[in-house]
Design a protein around this ligand. Structure first.
Ligand code: GRF
Length: 203
């Protein structure tokens, strides 16, 4: 099975997927890493690993629809079974989301449905929650919504800043994301007909 990963920046989550895929002998390979930013550091890293990379700069396109069409064309050149959003910072159109329904997954740095959107760690601190974390979910047309595959939970500690909290959440992202994507490529996690996630062997 073939995985295409979309990133916008650093790409640390993408790196954990590349490494887990190799070390744990997944029944899948990374077919390509694609970014909406040609200068994304993660793109250079992937290229250095011998992985196919491409940039589809969103600024080159007049509308979201035109960008998403170009992005889908690039993705489809690599014939993926699953498409993974790993720090991909563009909102996708409903047409794009429908095209990859059931095989499009995102990681978000909060315990959804709490704190969709940006600045999730600052939002968590401002709200005073005691637990925070990350969510891996199937992508639906509503931003940062969609059936949950897995979550990782961390405590919010006295004295936390958005940065210290982000670091703690990122550690758990790096544990949960490879696990959830592995379930997906192995066919153990599926988007069921009712729009609910079915994970084999997990109650
Ligand atoms: C992660 O916190 C991810 O959850 C969020 O953006 C960050 C990307 O980090 N969507 P990286 O590029 O994977 O290092």
């Amino acid at each position: 099975r073939r995985i295409v990963i979309l990133i916008s920046g650093r790409g640390s989550n993408m790196q954990t997927l590349v490494q887990a895929c190799r070390e744990q002998d997944w029944p899948a390979g990374i077919a390509a890493v694609i970014s909406n930013r040609a200068d994304a550091p993660g793109l250079a890293w992937a290229s250095g690993q011998g992985i196919a990379t491409a940039a589809v700069p969103h600024r080159d396109y007049p509308t979201r629809e035109a960008f998403d069409t170009a992005l889908a064309e690039e993705i489809d050149r690599h014939a993926p079974d699953v498409v993974i959003l790993a720090g991909f910072m563009r909102v996708l159109t409903p047409g794009f989301v429908r095209r990859y329904a059931g095989r499009l997954v995102n990681i978000h740095p909060s315990l959804l449905p709490a704190f969709p959107g940006l600045h999730t760690h600052a939002q968590a601190l401002a709200t005073g929650v005691q637990a925070h974390g990350c969510t891996v979910h199937f992508v639906t047309p509503v931003l940062d919504h969609g059936p949950v595959i897995a979550q990782g939970v961390v405590p919010v500690l006295a004295g936390d800043t958005a940065e210290t909290l982000a670091d703690r959440v990122l550690e758990v992202e790096h544990e949960v994301f490879p696990l959830a994507v592995r379930w997906l490529v192995e066919g153990r996690a599926r988007l069921g007909e009712e729009g609910r996630v079915e994970v084999e062997g997990v109650a």
